[in-house]
Design a protein around this ligand. Structure first.
Ligand code: A3P
Ligand code: MG
Length: 440
C-alpha cells in the first residue's frame, strides 16, 4: 500500500520563530567552520535526471547545488511505500547493542485526562544522561546490518552484482531524513550530511555543525532540565511489559533505546533506515509493527490562538515528519505548564495531521517536505558516484541558502568503520539468500 498525502494549503511566504520550543531556543550563528564549498551549476528539482552510474565520465565532476525554495516542490505527493519493519535492535543502559527488542516498552494510558505528572521529579537524583559528545554515526545500524544481512534482499540483479550490495540505495538514521523533510521550512538550524558510496549503497551520516556544537556546549541549566522532561513523560506512561505498570520512581537513563529498522521506497529511492521508538500498544491484538508503535511527545500547553498557530506551523511539522517516515501512526502528547507539570494528554493520528493544519495560514505542506527529500536524494546520487568507503561528500545547508557540497578523501569525515568495510567487502559466501525479502 502506498502512503499518499493530499494537501490543500495556500503557498507560504514567510516563516516566523518557533514558540517555546526548548529544542529550538538557541539562535544560530553564521557557520564559521571554514568548509570549502564548490559553487555550482544548480540542480533543477523536478527535471528528469538520471542518477549517474559508472558511465559518468570521470573527467566531469558534477558541479551543482540544490535549491531549497518551497515553491519548487509544490507538486503531487511522491510515491512513498508503506514502511516495512525488517528488524529492530536495543541499546542498553550502557549503550551496548543487542539484536533484539529487550528495550521495547508498552504504553499505559494515564488514568486521568489531567494526570498532573511532575516532569521535574528525579532530575537531580535519578537521571543518567547519555554522553552526547560521543558521536556514534551509523555504527548501530551497521551492526544491525551485519547481524541481519540475510534479511536484506538480494533479488535486485543490478545491486547483487556487486560483492557488498545490500539491495538498498540509502542507509541512514530516520532523524537525518526528518531534517531533510523539514528543510524547506527551517529558518534557524543548518545541517551537514556526510555521504559515502559503498557497494552501490549510499550511507548518509550527520556531522555536527559548529553552531550545533556551540549550542550543545553552552546550554543553560534550564534547558538541560527541560531536555529531561520528555524522557520523564515517557517514564510516567511506559511499562517494561504488557502486564506491568510504569515506574515513575525508577531511574531515567537516556542511553536506553529501542530502534526499529524499516525498509521503504521514496519514488525510485530504496531506503533502509532506523529510528528510535518510544513504545508500543500493549494490546496483543494490535497490528504488527510499525503500526502498533506510539511516539511520545511533550509540549507547552496551548492558551492563545497565537500559540495554537505556532504549534501547528512548527511543532506539528517536526512531529509529523518524524513519525510519518517510519509509519508510526500515533503520537501521544503531554501538554505541560512552565513548571513541567503535565496538565493534559492528547492523541494525534499522523494521517489526520494534514487535515488539522489545513486552515492555518503560512503553513507547511507534506508534499513539499517529501518532494524536497526525494530531490535531495537524487542530487546526492548524481554527485556521489565514486564507490569508495574512504571518500566522503559533505553536503552542507544553511537557512536561506542552497545545498552545496565538498569532497574529502581519508579525512576526519570518513565514517564507515573498518570492521564494517572489511566484513562487507569480504566473501559473500556466508550470506543466506533463501529468506523471502519484504516486497518493496
Ligand atoms: P519531547 O519529544 O517531549 O520533546 P523523542 O520525542 O524524539 O522521542 O525525544 C525524546 C526527548 O528527548 C524529547 O522529548 C526531549 O526531551 C529530548 N530531546 C530530543 N531531541 C532533542 C533536542 N534536539 N534538543 C533537546 N531535547 C531533545
Ligand atoms: Mg518521543
Amino acid at each position: 500500500m502506498d502512503q499518499r498525502h493530499q494537501s490543500h494549503h495556500r503557498p507560504q511566504h514567510t516563516n516566523s520563530n518557533h514558540h517555546d520550543n526548548h529544542q529550538s531556543t538557541f539562535k544560530r550563528d553564521m557557520d564559521d567552520s571554514g568548509r570549502g564549498h564548490f559553487q555550482h551549476k544548480r540542480f533543477r528539482p523536478g527535471q528528469n535526471h538520471h542518477p549517474a552510474g559508472p558511465s559518468t565520465p570521470p573527467s566531469s565532476p558534477p558541479t551543482q547545488s540544490l535549491s531549497v525554495q518551497r515553491q519548487l516542490y509544490e507538486r503531487d505527493f511522491p510515491l512513498y511505500k508503506q514502511p516495512v519493519e525488517v528488524g529492530h535492535f536495543s541499546l542498553d543502559s550502557e549503550r551496548r547493542f543487542f539484536n533484539d527488542a529487550r528495550q521495547l516498552r508498552y504504553y499505559v494510558e494515564p488514568e486521568k485526562s489531567c494526570p498532573n505528572f511532575d516532569l521535574r521529579d528525579g532530575y537531580r537524583g535519578r537521571f543518567v544522561k547519555r554522553d552526547d559528545r560521543v558521536k556514534e554515526k551509523l555504527d548501530h545500524i551497521l551492526r544491525w546490518i551485519l547481524a541481519n544481512r540475510s534479511k536484506l534482499q538480494l533479488k535486485d540483479t543490478a545491486a547483487s552484482s556487486s560483492p557488498c550490495a545490500l539491495g538498498v540505495d540509502i542507509v541512514t538514521w530516520r532523524g537525518h531524513l526528518t531534517k531533510l523533510l523539514t528543510t524547506p521550512y527551517e529558518t534557524r538550524e543548518g545541517w551537514l550530511l556526510a555521504v559515502t558510496r559503498m557497494g552501490g549503497t549510499l550511507y548518509i551520516s550527520e556531522v555536527e555543525t559548529e553552531a550545533a556544537r556551540r549550542d550543545r556546549e553552552n546550554r543553560t541549566e534550564r534547558h538541560e532540565e527541560m531536555m529531561y522532561w520528555g524522557y520523564k513523560f515517557e517514564q510516567y506512561t511506559c511499562a517494561d511489559d504488557a502486564q506491568s505498570l510504569p515506574d515513575p520512581g525508577g531511574v531515567v537513563n537516556t542511553n536506553e533505546a529501542f530502534c526499529t529498522v524499516v525498509q521503504t521506497r521514496l519514488a525510485e529511492h530504496r531506503l533502509l533506515f532506523s529510528g528510535e521508538v518510544d513504545c508500543r500498544d500493549k494490546d496483543p491484538k494490535a497490528p504488527s509493527p510499525p503500526a502498533n508503535y506510539i511516539e511520545m511527545k511533550t509540549s507547552l500547553e496551548i492558551s492563545t490562538p497565537k500559540q495554537r498557530s505556532n504549534f501547528h506551523r512548527f511543532k506539528l511539522l517536526k512531529w509529523w515528519a518524524q513519525s510519518f517516515l517510519p509509519g508510526v501512526p500515533r503520537i501521544v502528547a503531554g501538554f505541560r505548564d512552565h513548571d513541567g507539570v503535565v496538565v493534559s494528554v492528547e492523541t494525534y493520528h499522523i494521517s489526520k495531521i494534514s487535515q488539522l493544519i489545513k486552515n492555518e495560514t503560512n503553513c507547511w505542506k507534506p508534499t513539499v517536505c517529501m518532494n524536497f527529500c526525494c530531490e535531495f536524494l537524487s542530487f546526492v546520487k548524481s554527485v556521489v558516484t565514486e564507490d569508495n568507503p574512504r571518500v566522503v561528500h559533505l553536503f552542507s545547508w544553511d537557512p536561506h541558502r542552497d545545498v552545496t557540497y565538498s569532497i574529502h578523501r581519508d579525512s576526519q569525515y570518513s565514517f564507515l568503520p573498518d570492521w564494517y568495510v572489511k566484513e562487507m567487502t569480504s566473501s559473500t559466501s556466508r550470506e543466506t539468500h533463501h529468506q523471502h525479502p519484504p516486497q518493496i
